[in-house]
Design a protein around this ligand. Structure first.
Ligand code: GLN
Length: 493
């Protein structure tokens, strides 16, 4: 793995830590307490406030939680995540805490319950340090669509952190928490993870309950993690995953203990890489170079690596955007000024009030998607767009799943370019192109991970995406862990 900038030392000269493994070790040695861990992250949050990662920081609450967990540690009754400090993307319900989906329309809204995924982590004594900035309703690839402020990439603050989970990525990148929970509909975890040099994990659709996640496109949305290590991702995923009586779409399949299977012997694997992603006209030369280097490393590690052509690549973006906009237009109809958040002071009739509220409080990109989504679902165009896109989705799903029957993994760059400059993408289409390589796994509903493979010549992180079969998270974590470990061992000092 690439050498990371040393995290700053905690205030009273405590040893530094990056992953939960480090923290657990120091807690065991009694070199630090959970309160020290929280203080360390709070100091970083204060120092790096200009990066705009957090919308809200729960300083007193996190410290109180830490004190309580320190007591449990002393008694030997603490959960498996004692000492882990996480942040939540502003789309995950956390009881009695504000939740806005990065939008003005949820102004002063507070969650009445906690998302199942979050609740399960709390059950293992995770500490929640705050709520993180994101694109409005998770629609975007740069976090510039947040209705609050823009988040900046810690590797170069003139550049975006990616999106939509940009705040969640920067918070981990700049050591403001151990891990973040994000959501990934078409790349919103993997793409910011790639831009910020992190591990970004999208589990299989339905692996983790969506209860308490603000819906963007319900047949794509998945909760996942942004972490420094594969091990942390595996542990969090294993705790969050599994059936849930509040989400009938959550899979009943048993959840393997991903984190304990990481060190299992990794066998030589059959890997396909998508040649046409590397030959794509939009690909940045540094991305191509790093991907080719990674493929070479995989070969050296004994895996069978074969190029394949994926001619359906040109259909992934139109299919993704038609279907997600259709689903979003329906999901976002609940924000009408009656039940939640902002309500316009103008409008004398019910309909006028709806219109004014939605016009005033939804941002431009969200309005665009609601209108386009409504259009593709309208009676006269339904078959031409929505039905057709559903059929193409099936083709793409079948093609991807067939490949994953023949090969263990599909490897491709996570993004066509490294993090771009703030304000660089002038049109929506340019922004949508940033998702070219991430939406395939979302359309197919399979699992995918982005892992860091070094930096561009400009010093911006680059990610490699590995796609695995549905419910093959265990294999994917194991493979990614071995790949990164071997890479780290072979790196010139
Ligand atoms: N950038 C993609 C979009 O705007 C993906 C977003 C996401 O995964 N939430 O739809």
């Amino acid at each position: 793995m690439k050498k990371e900038a040393e995290p700053p030392l905690p205030s009273r000269n405590l040893p530094s830590f990056t992953s939960f493994r480090d923290i657990r070790q120091l807690l065991q040695e009694k070199a630090i307490s959970c309160q020290d861990v929280v203080q360390y992250y709070l100091a970083n949050i204060r120092e790096k406030q200009q990066l705009g990662a957090f919308l809200e920081v729960y300083e007193a609450e996190a410290l109180a939680q830490a004190a309580e967990i320190d007591r449990k540690l002393a008694l030997g009754t603490a959960g498996r995540l004692a000492g882990m400090v996480i942040g939540l993307k502003d789309v995950l319900c956390h009881q009695n805490h504000s939740l806005q989906g990065g939008s003005q329309i949820l102004d002063s809204f507070k969650s009445q319950f906690t998302a199942t995924a979050v609740q399960r982590l709390l059950g293992e004594d995770v500490i929640i340090i705050g709520r993180q900035n994101c694109d409005e309703f998770a629609m975007g690839s740069s976090t510039e669509n947040s209705s609050f402020f823009t988040t900046r990439n810690a590797a170069n603050p003139e550049h975006v952190p990616g999106g939509s989970s940009g705040g969640s990525a920067v918070a981990v990148q700049a050591h403001m928490c151990t891990a973040s929970l994000g959501s990934d509909t078409g790349g919103s975890i993997r793409q910011p993870a790639a831009f910020c040099g992190l591990v970004g994990m999208k589990p299989t659709y339905s692996r983790i309950s969506r209860y308490g996640l603000i819906a963007y496109a319900s047949s794509f949305d998945v909760i996942g993690t942004l972490t420094h290590t594969v091990e942390d991702a595996a542990l969090l995923t294993e705790i969050m995953a599994g059936p849930d009586e509040y989400d009938s779409t959550a899979s009943q399949q048993p959840v393997p203990a991903y984190s304990t299977l990481l060190s299992a012997q990794s066998e030589p694997r059959k890997i396909a890489y998508l040649q046409n992603t590397l030959d794509h006209q939009g690909i940045h030369p540094d991305i191509k170079e790093k991907t080719e280097q990674a493929l070479e490393q995989l070969r050296q590690q004994g895996h069978a690596v074969s190029p394949i052509d994926f001619p359906l690549l040109e259909y992934v973006l139109p299919t993704y955007y038609i279907l997600t906009m259709a689903e979003a237009s329906s999901n976002l109809s609940r924000f009408d000024g009656v039940r939640y958040g902002h309500r316009s002071a103008e409008g004398n009739t019910m309909e006028a009030m709806y219109k004014k509220t939605r016009t005033e409080a939804f941002g431009e990109e969200v309005q665009r998607r609601i209108m386009l989504g409504t259009f593709v679902l309208s009676a006269s165009y339904y078959d031409a767009y929505y039905t057709k896109a559903q059929k193409v989705r099936r083709l793409l799903q079948n093609a991807t799943c067939n490949l994953l029957e023949e090969y263990d993994f599909i490897v491709l760059p996570t993004t066509p370019t490294p993090a771009f400059k703030l304000g660089d993408k002038a049109t929506p289409i340019e922004m949508y192109l940033a998702d070219l390589f991430t939406v395939q796994a979302s359309i197919a509903g399979v699992t995918a991970i982005s892992v860091p493979v070094g930096d561009s010549y400009e010093g911006l992180p680059i990610g490699l995406q590995i796609i695995g079969g549905a419910f093959k998270e265990s294999d994917l974590f194991n493979f990614a862990e071995h790949f990164l470990n071997r890479q780290a061992t072979n790196q010139p000092k």
